[in-house]
Design a binder for this molecule. Structure first.
Ligand SMILES: NC(=O)c1ccc[n+]([C@@H]2O[C@H](COP(=O)([O-])OP(=O)(O)OC[C@H]3O[C@@H](n4cnc5c(N)ncnc54)[C@H](OP(=O)(O)O)[C@@H]3O)[C@@H](O)[C@H]2O)c1
Length: 266
């Protein structure tokens, strides 16, 4: 990693596993002061322990994206402890494995709460400190299915598509304040995302899907993300050949819909 992130305070959600965990390690390796958040204290501690001896430091702060009632207090606490927040990487999220007609509305709301409202609540709480500090970089994690509909992902796709609207507006309104904004768009990454994906009854899917199994590693995904952040990319596609679907959706929509109807969603 280039040393532009050395000494920077980088807050990463979704830090206990997968892409977030790999990013914590990459930034700690590069000398950043990482704040690692998720719901799982035990796993966060393990991630922080794994980083002992690296150039940077890792402090873990439990944070539930589904309950942001005390978010402003939490952010104030981090700022008084670290002095500032230079970068916020919103990585945490949950997926879905249920047909639209079988997904109860409470589940749509739950997925929206974690992926969309949790992410924007944290972003809104951090933003004033970044502006007051002269700028910063905020990233959110969408998905290729945040660029198109996808079978068994109605709520997931909707929650990710909503992020694009919010974060593009953030960039338009705050570029003048030196706020950089990147939206990360992963295709398939080998993580536990499908294991924890919610089914129609709200239980975890519990299976590693072929899509994730055949994806790039979390470490490779993290390297692609770091490169995109260094170059201040507005959008950072992450993955391999599956990213072609983004181009097919954009330039050949009729073909996209024919493929998407036949796609194996698990
Ligand atoms: N893997 C892929 O193929 C893929 C594709 C497209 C997009 N993505 C996106 O990439 C991001 C990272 O996912 P991943 O693939 O690395 O999956 P993962 O290994 O399952 O990691 C998900 C992370 O989100 C955290 N999280 C989930 N619910 C949370 C909550 N209520 N509060 C706080 N943290 C919560 C989890 O932490 P705890 O369980 O410890 O709370 C975990 O750290 C997600 O936004 C996902 O939608 C992944």
């Amino acid at each position: 990693m280039k040393d532009i992130f050395t000494g920077k305070v980088v807050w990463i959600t979704g830090a206990s596993s997968g892409i977030g965990e790999a990013l914590v390690k990459a930034f700690a390796h590069g000398g950043s002061r990482v704040i690692a958040s998720s719901n799982d204290n035990t796993r966060l501690k393990k991630v922080a322990d794994d980083c002992a001896g690296l150039k940077g430091s890792v402090t873990f702060v439990p944070f539930d994206l589904a309950d942001t009632s005390d978010i402003e207090e939490q952010v104030r606490g981090i700022v008084s402890q670290e002095g500032r927040i230079d970068m916020l990487l919103n990585i945490g999220g949950i997926s879905q494995r249920a047909l639209l007609k079988e997904t109860p509305l409470w589940l749509d709301r739950k997925i929206m709460e974690v992926n969309y409202f949790g992410t924007i609540a944290l972003t809104k709480a951090v933003l004033p400190y970044m502006i007051a500090g002269g700028g910063g970089h905020i990233a959110a994690t969408s998905s290729i299915s945040g660029r198109f509909g996808f079978p068994m992902r109605s709520a997931y796709s909707a929650s990710k598509q909503a992020l694009h609207g919010f974060f593009e507006t953030l960039l338009i309104e705050h570029r003048k304040d030196n706020i950089r904004v990147s939206v990360i768009i992963p295709g398939r990454v080998q993580t536990s995302i499908s294991l924890h994906a919610l089914t129609a009854d709200g239980k975890e899917h519990g299976k590693m899907d072929d899509g994730q199994k055949g994806g790039v590693t979390a470490e490779k995904a993290a390297a692609q993300i770091v490169r995109g952040l260094q170059r201040n990319k507005r959008e950072i596609p992450v993955g391999s050949t599956e990213l072609l679907m983004l181009k097919i959706r954009k330039y050949f929509p009729a073909l996209f819909f024919r493929i998407a109807e036949k796609i194996k969603p698990m």
